[in-house]
Design a protein around this ligand. Structure first.
Ligand code: UDP
Length: 435
């Protein structure tokens, strides 16, 4: 069997700038998984939709990894909810590319349901086994978001089909596994839980005082950080209300930093939820306590995490949630919703605190505990640091994934030593748009 891997991630490119509405955890997950699998010696082609003619069709991205941009619909950025009609073209171009390369793949790992559809169609023709990581399930999203979920209803039937046809499913956490079984009747024997991870070279504590000085933040204020995509389902309104509650009920003034959005400066015209939250802060009388920072590059995030006394994330639901891992890796205690992957990465009372979603009063109560009892923060901090390094590094994740691939018949590569590299592959154009 060929040992080369095809990763498909139709909307979430590893090359995208992360933090906006449609670029977040999946982009990071696909990028990190690919890089760590390549370090283990796999040769990888990562297929994503061609969104900009500024990017070549084939990018030799990192050692052993090519990013292949497949034409599928207009060559511009589009909301992921509108991509399904273009998946037939994506599949056609994937098959054309695979044939042109003499069908070199031993396995396809599809990320998200539309990529899984491509993999299922490819399997019929090329007879390549495929694994799916959904990253989010349509039925869970519909249950939590109701009519604001704009994905076409065909999503559910597609998910049911690809779950039946896949050779294996990766669940990101036990909740994801349970949802696959209870909502989609997935075969439990075909599911392995492999979480997302964090990169220890990017996320480590830099010291609160230094971080606050560098970011020009108040050195003394108790500082709460919210960081991630700024969309309603992330429940950031709950955090704003909790800050207000802390002030009114407990007489405690804190500072809230909100990092994320489409642009480097907070801009409600580009990130409408920023406008909603700004108005909420005004109506709660705490506008002076909330700083909307804007999107930040990954090389700066450890300073934001390290500057905070606590990281808060209270989404309505969360397929996994990478940000709590990043916060824990920077030595910052996390308070998170008791949902999805967060209730897996946080052991309540030991490596963080869990709260019900959409409940600002309980969130304020827990924050007040951390403010009053710094020793609680300290014990959470050290336990969380130990656990994330033990369980959730991307290297760990890639090793588990490699074992899964191997159990499906993909030979394990001979591990490359540091400094050795896979041969670099070409970066030419392989077809014209009209091909
Ligand atoms: N992120 C970033 N810059 C920002 C905001 C967020 O790089 O300004 C990153 C964040 O560090 C994390 C990812 O976006 O790695 C969000 O992933 P998560 O799984 O927490 O949420 P998702 O985007 O999948 O809903």
């Amino acid at each position: 069997m060929n040992q080369k891997l095809a990763l498909i991630s139709e909307h979430a490119s590893p090359l995208a700038v992360v933090g906006g509405v449609d670029a977040g955890g999946q982009n990071i997950a696909v990028a990190e998984l690919a890089q760590h699998l390549a370090q283990l010696g796999y040769e990888i082609d990562l297929f994503t939709r061609w969104e900009s003619t500024d990017l070549p069709q084939i990018v030799s991205w990192k050692t052993g990894i090519r990013v292949i941009h497949l034409p599928a619909g207009p060559i511009r950025s589009m909301p992921k909810e509108e991509l399904l009609p273009h998946m037939a073209e994506f599949t056609e171009n994937f098959l054309r590319f695979a044939r042109q390369e003499n069908q070199p793949y031993g396995l396809i790992h599809a990320h998200f349901f539309m990529s899984a559809l491509v993999a299922a169609e490819a399997k019929k023709i090329l007879n390549i086994p495929f694994v799916i990581t959904f990253h989010a399930l349509g039925k869970v999203r519909r249950l939590c978001q109701g009519d604001s979920d704009k994905f076409p209803v065909e999503r559910f039937a597609i998910e049911e089909r690809v779950i039946r046809e896949a050779d294996h499913l990766v669940a990101l956490c036990p909740q994801d596994r349970d949802d696959l079984i209870s909502l989609y009747d997935a075969n439990p024997g075909k599911i392995t839980v492999i979480p997302n991870g964090f990169n220890p070279n990017e996320f480590y504590a830099v010291g609160k005082a230094l971080a606050r000085t560098l970011l020009k933040l108040d050195p003394d204020a108790f500082t709460i950080l919210q960081l991630g995509r700024i969309v309603p389902r992330k429940g950031i309104d709950t955090v704003v209300r909790a800050v207000s509650c802390l002030q009114k009920k407990y007489g405690t003034k804190v500072q809230l930093l909100v990092v994320g959005g489409e642009s480097d400066l907070p801009d409600p015209s580009r990130t409408p939820e920023v406008g909603v939250l700004q108005e909420l802060a005004v109506s709660e009388g705490i506008a002076d306590r909330v700083v909307f920072v804007g999107r930040r590059d990954r090389n700066l995030l450890r300073y934001y995490y390290s500057a905070a006394d606590v990281f808060v994330t209270t989404p309505w639901y969360e397929p996994f949630g990478i940000t709590p891992l990043e916060a824990m890796a920077c030595g910052t205690p996390v308070v998170g919703s008791r949902v999805g992957g967060i209730q897996y990465t946080i052991i309540d009372g030991q490596t963080g605190l869990l709260v019900p979603p959409r409940d600002p009063d309980i969130l304020a109560e827990k924050l007040n505990l951390l403010i009053r009892f710094p020793r609680l923060s300290n014990s959470i901090r050290s336990r969380a640091l130990r656990r994330v390094h033990h369980e959730f590094t991307w290297l760990n994740v890639a090793q588990k994934t490699a074992r899964l691939y191997n159990s499906l018949g993909l030979p394990q590569p001979v591990q490359l030593g540091v400094g050795k590299s896979l041969p670099n592959t070409r970066s030419a154009t392989f077809w014209s748009r009209s091909a």
